[in-house]
Design a protein. Structure first.
Length: 67
């Protein structure tokens, strides 16, 4: 049996969540981002990519797992 390597991405928070709508703050919490310049590593799935797209003005993908 071959094991498929799971791709990962690094996500960094670049702006504060202060004064943002509740749904955007919840997305940051769901990703595990807590403060500016905080970096988390998550599996590269369409759901995670969609969450990052929803808050693209607050967080960005720093590194793709493809490299």
């Amino acid at each position: 049996m071959s094991k498929k390597k799971v791709q990962e991405i690094k996500i960094q928070q670049v702006r504060s969540a202060i004064g943002r709508p509740r749904n955007q703050r919840k997305v940051l919490d769901s990703l595990g981002l807590r403060r500016i310049r905080h970096v988390v590593v998550r599996h590269d799935t369409p759901a995670i990519r969609g969450m990052v797209a929803k808050i693209s003005h607050l967080a960005e993908i720093v590194e793709d797992g493809e490299a």
